[in-house]
Design a protein around this ligand. Structure first.
Ligand code: HEM
Length: 151
């Protein structure tokens, strides 16, 4: 019964998964970029306070709900019969590892946001410039795993 429903819904589940992933990634690319510019502002200035508002809204209105949706539809895809062959699909294990790292990075940018909010950031502009590349690298590997499925 449930298997038949999941199979029937598969194209929709996948579409909703990709839509949520796009929203999640948009935020994951943009938030560390805001931190790059935020490090250049002195705490207490009106500009710094404006960045805090942008960072909070991006995190709470886009990134968090999009991650929950991406995970929810992703888990439904995993449960859909025939999508993953647990014995032979090496791509899935690599994707899962990359998605866990992506979620860990989500946790890190969430912590950094709270530090900016409390004027406690001690990290450099260079640190955030480098951190900004992490979700890009993970995204490239994930997309190659799910589309090319090289192993
Ligand atoms: C959050 C946890 C995630 C889980 C559990 C998950 C799981 C899955 C599964 C099982 C599929 C179906 C694969 C197939 O039909 O062959 C899929 C498809 C897909 N996933 Fe994810 N995924 C997650 C996150 C992501 C992320 C972060 C990205 C991109 C950065 C992504 C990009 C895609 C794409 C593009 C497809 C469609 C591939 C196709 O056309 O067949 N996923 N995902």
């Amino acid at each position: 019964m449930i298997d038949a429903a999941l199979t029937h819904a598969y194209p929709w589940t996948k579409a909703l998964h990709v839509i949520s992933v796009i929203a999640w990634m948009a935020g994951m690319f943009y938030l560390p970029r805001l931190y790059v510019y935020h490090t250049m502002l002195s705490p207490g200035t009106a500009e710094s306070e404006r960045f805090k508002v942008m960072e909070r809204r991006l995190m709470k209105q886009i990134i968090n709900p999009a991650m929950i949706a991406a995970w929810s539809f992703g888990v439904l895809l995993v449960l859909t019969p025939g999508v993953i062959d647990w014995k032979h699909d090496g791509w899935w294990h690599v994707k899962l590892l990359m998605v866990l790292l992506m979620s860990g990075f989500h946790g890190a940018i969430s912590k950094w946001r709270r530090e900016f909010r409390d004027d406690r950031n001690r990290r450099s502009t260079r640190f955030y410039r480098i951190a900004n590349e992490v979700p890009t690298v993970l995204m490239v590997i994930i997309v190659i795993m799910v589309i090319v499925k090289p192993f």
